[in-house]
Design a protein around this ligand. Structure first.
Ligand code: PLP
Length: 450
């Protein structure tokens, strides 16, 4: 784009970054524009997964970067324990406007993990201060991911991430989340699993259940049946459990609604968010709290949530969120997400017809998962050791497409999948490019496998 390319040559020995995988060399990204990332060598990647499903608005939106800059100049750090800022007030109002009805307060963190940690603590305080101090356990689901801190790993079900640290985890119980095409287990079985868990542990020991409305990294964007959350909510009501909905990946338009829980017509008690709130321009997350909980904190805890971080409500972060939400609204990003979703699905259905190894296409909006099996006409799964989604990811990267690989639901057949989740600003031409590279990459993968 006529910009100077800075060539950086970093040898592996000279690179002091503690990368996730110290054996790999990572491409060095020099700049990013729209849905593209440019390596310092000049190689271009199309971002088919918005980084970690975070860069929802693409790169280089100057309305957002200008707002960050202006706030940094105005007041870079104001401690929210003592002060409020205009941007904090305004962003909270915007988020409450987007949230389902009867939500009234927003607490801020710097990540999705911290958001879920905050939800765990709020649940605990809520019950304890009402005289139910033993309602400590949070029911998680084996197919959900809620973060990488110890509390959130404990409530999440990602075995790969949990295994090395299992000695440090809290013993929160887990159930399975529904797999819509799994003939072995009907919806009733999943609900029964929750009910018998509550019976075994005792409702007096359980404070909440946490669910991703549409599971991202652990289940390839599988959408649960419409009735699922209604039935979960009924059980919560019956047993005085709070329902935490983790919208870290799905929130702020990613699935074609402001929040994915809207698809199920259920009002949770706490919504957690992260990623998309700033479109990845700054690390911001948080929890949106239903007014009933706020009232309980006022009545039973002297209005004090005994929790907080140095950077809760950091002015530059919230200014970024505010500018991002203004951008979502003024550019009708939801509308674009929904029409581009249709276009993407049309193209993916054509690709599906060509490759028997695609078992299903799942998801909503621009959070679309492809599930892989050796051959969908036969009832067999890939072995985890075949690392099919990871291999597809590597081939696509070589071809200039970034995807979000995943694997590993405990029960059920969703072993290997990838997520396609481009920025919600994507257009038809860019989707064509994603589809073309995906097709080419699948062809190569198929040849390798056969
Ligand atoms: N919850 C969900 C559903 C996520 O997808 C993620 C991250 O991928 C998290 C929580 C953790 O967020 P973070 O990585 O910002 O801590």
């Amino acid at each position: 784009m006529g910009k100077e390319v800075i060539k950086i040559n970093i040898s592996k020995e000279d690179d002091h970054v503690f990368h996730r995988n110290l054996n790999l060399e990572y491409p060095i990204i020099d700049r990013a524009e729209g849905v593209y990332l440019y390596e310092s060598s000049g190689k271009k990647f199309i971002d088919g997964c918005s980084g970690a499903v975070a860069a929802n608005l693409g790169h280089g939106v100057t309305q957002i970067t200008d707002a960050m800059n202006q706030q940094a100049k105005k007041a870079a750090f104001v401690h929210s324990l003592r002060f409020e800022t205009e941007v904090l007030y305004k962003l909270s109002k915007e988020i409450i406007d987007l949230a389902p009805k009867n939500f009234s307060k927003v607490f801020y963190t710097c990540s999705g993990s911290e958001a879920n940690e905050s939800a765990i603590k709020l649940v605990h305080q809520y019950h304890k201060d009402r005289g139910n101090e033993f309602k400590r356990l949070i029911v998680g689901r084996w197919q959900s991911y809620h973060g990488n801190t110890l509390g959130t790993l404990s409530i999440g079900g990602d075995l790969k991430r949990r295994t090395s640290f299992s000695a440090l985890l809290y013993e929160h119980p887990h159930i399975n989340s529904p797999i819509t095409d799994n003939e072995d287990m009907s919806l009733t079985n999943y609900i029964d699993e929750l009910e018998s868990l509550i019976k075994n542990y005792g409702a007096e020991n359980i404070g909440a259940i946490i669910c991703e409305p549409i599971v991202g990294s652990q289940q390839g964007a599988m959408v649960p049946p419409y009735e699922y959350f209604k039935r979960i909510k009924d059980i919560c009501k019956k047993n005085d459990l709070l329902l935490i909905i983790d919208e870290v990946m799905t929130g702020f338009g990613r699935t074609g609604k402001n929040f994915a829980i809207e698809y199920f017509d259920v009002i949770p008690d706490i919504i957690t968010f992260g990623k998309g709130v700033t479109g990845g321009y700054a690390p911001l997350g948080g929890i949106i709290v239903h007014n009933d909980i706020v009232k309980a904190i006022l009545e039973n805890s002297n209005g004090i949530f005994k929790h907080g971080f140095t950077y809760s409500g950091h002015p530059v972060l919230v200014a970024t969120g505010l500018a991002a939400i203004n951008y979502y609204k003024s550019n009708d990003i939801l509308y674009n997400c929904n029409i581009q979703s249709e276009y993407l699905l049309k193209g993916l259905n054509q690709i599906y017809d060509k490759y028997k190894m695609i078992k299903s296409i799942n998801g909503k909006g621009l959070l679309i998962g492809l599930e892989f099996v050796p051959n969908r006409d036969h009832d067999k799964d890939f072995k985890a050791s075949e690392k099919v989604s990871e291999r597809l990811n590597q081939i696509s990267m070589e071809n200039g497409l970034v995807l979000y690989p995943g694997s590993g639901a405990k029960k059920g057949k969703l072993g290997q999948h990838i997520i396609i989740a481009p920025p919600l600003t994507v257009n038809n031409t860019e989707i064509d490019e994603i589809l073309e590279i995906l097709d080419k990459s699948l062809l190569k993968l198929q040849k390798e496998i056969n």
